[in-house]
Design a binder for this molecule. Sequence first.
Ligand SMILES: [Zn+2]
Length: 107
Amino acid sequence: MVKIKVPQKIKIATHEYRVEFNPLIRHEENLTGSANHLRQRIQVDPLIAPSQKLVTLLHEVNHVISDVYSCKLGEDEIDKMAQGFAELLADNFNLQFDWSDIKELSL
Ligand SMILES: [Zn+2]
């Protein structure tokens, strides 16, 4: 098992997205994650299980990639791709994701 740190910033094309925890996201938007393209933020619920955090992060990154490269993927495709990549990374590459660098949202 190889531990890797989830980066605070993810760059897709020329866009740099800040990755942050939003402990209120479930209450505010009834979501486990969100990608805000204008503010370039990817938010993840810090209270969900580590495997769910990974799927959520990959789901939101898929939204960014789909948007930036005009893939026009639907919500269902985005989610299944995220699940598949999570299985690839966690179950086949044996990567374990360390979220210790990720901070709670700042305004
Ligand atoms: Zn989505």
